[in-house]
Design a protein around this ligand. Structure first.
Ligand code: B12
Ligand code: SF4
Ligand code: SF4
Length: 271
């Protein structure tokens, strides 16, 4: 169900065993970083950008923080070697976060922390040292709730914890490179221009526990002008690279954002 994300087919063994990915691994340290924004850009705007993409790209930021953590560990256990990962390798980020006691995998497929909800990124350090560890409780608190499954506009969550990427608006707007609009999302885009948070927005654990990030790094790059067609029409490739230089939106690129806008325009014509 991974659509065109061919990289998901590779490295199955490494995905299941980090010691194959990084020889000598004895410990996985799993961390979360809250990105829940300080402002709601959805209000009064016609298009919706996913919250994780409001600010600068998280990959480098979390890697830098984890490098500090690795230095810190080295002060206590010299010659500790570690490799840092943030959404960057065949590592099952959510599964390791569960093992570490950071939360449970919700029916929407995201890791939910009972203290913070699910609007955070996950990163890891694979260490060549065996550290002491406890046996944390990893209870699933979804209970009878099905809000995320019911709210998904494309029925991409076909069973609890199971997301069919080919139907997911996040995949269609960010990862899918084709020009033709997938039938699965036709008429169901709900104004999503980049990514989708619907199944997280409706989750009671976010409604109750999501609090704004304290990291200035995630201050929105996206400005009011980004919600106008004129802005995207006028933007050259060079200007796009400059404006979104340090933004996750680079992943989709200018051509694809324009494609998403044209898909959204088709939807509004139908209404
Ligand atoms: C591919 C991918 C996608 C794909 C497919 C999603 C998917 N469900 O796999 C698409 C493009 C659709 C996507 C969308 C999004 N993604 Co994404 N995505 C990934 C990526 C790169 C790989 C996920 C993966 O390995 N899938 C493979 C299959 C096998 O996963 P699965 O079926 O869920 O498998 C689970 C079960 O098998 C279960 N399990 C049960 N028993 C056992 C036993 C064992 C031994 C193991 C190992 C596992 C296991 O654990 C597995 C992991 O959860 C991860 C980063 C990473 N390296 O993990 C980010 C990641 C999952 N995405 C993330 C985010 C933020 C998103 C979006 C919210 C972005 C957005 N706003 O648009 C959406 C959410 C959509 C959704 N409802 O899931 C975050 C999630 C943070 C969180 N709180 O959980 C991650 C972890 C990136 C990060 N490092 O922060 N994503
Ligand atoms: S991200 Fe959007 S499209 Fe994807 S599963 Fe969640 S609600 Fe459905
Ligand atoms: S909306 Fe309900 S079912 Fe879905 S992840 Fe949140 S608590 Fe679980």
């Amino acid at each position: 169900m991974h659509g065109e994300m061919r990289y998901m087919e590779n490295n199955r063994e490494k995905r299941l065993d980090p010691a194959i990915l990084e020889e000598g691994t004895q410990t996985v340290i799993s961390v979360l970083l809250n990105y829940y924004p300080t402002v709601d850009l959805e209000e009064n705007e016609k298009w919706v950008f996913s919250k994780y993409a409001y600010g600068k790209d998280y990959h480098y930021f979390i890697k830098d923080k984890l490098a500090l953590l690795l230095d810190f560990i080295n002060k206590f256990i010299p010659n500790t070697e570690g490799r840092i990962f943030v959404d960057s390798a065949p590592v099952l980020d959510r599964a390791w976060a569960v093992e570490s006691g950071l939360g449970w995998i919700g029916k929407n497929g995201n890791l939910i922390s009972p203290k913070h909800g699910s609007f955070f990124f996950i990163g890891e350090i694979l260490l060549n040292q065996k550290l002491h560890y406890d046996q944390p409780e990893t209870k699933n608190y979804c209970g009878n709730c099905t809000k995320c499954i019911d709210a998904c506009p494309t029925q991409a969550i076909y069973a609890p914890k199971c997301v069919d990427a080919r139907k997911c608006l996040s995949y269609a707007t960010i990862e899918y490179r084709g020009n033709e609009k997938p039938e699965e999302i036709n008429g169901k885009m709900n104004n999503r221009i980049y990514g989708c948070d619907i199944c997280q927005d409706v989750c009671p654990w976010n409604k109750k526990h999501a609090t704004a990030t304290k990291e200035e790094y995630f201050t929105p790059i996206i400005k009011e002008e980004c919600f106008t067609e004129k802005f995207w029409d006028k933007l050259s490739n060079g200007a796009f690279k400059k404006y979104f230089n340090s933004s996750p939106i680079q992943r989709a690129g200018l051509k694809q954002i324009r494609r998403n806008i044209s898909w959204l325009k088709q939807e509004s014509k139908k209404e």
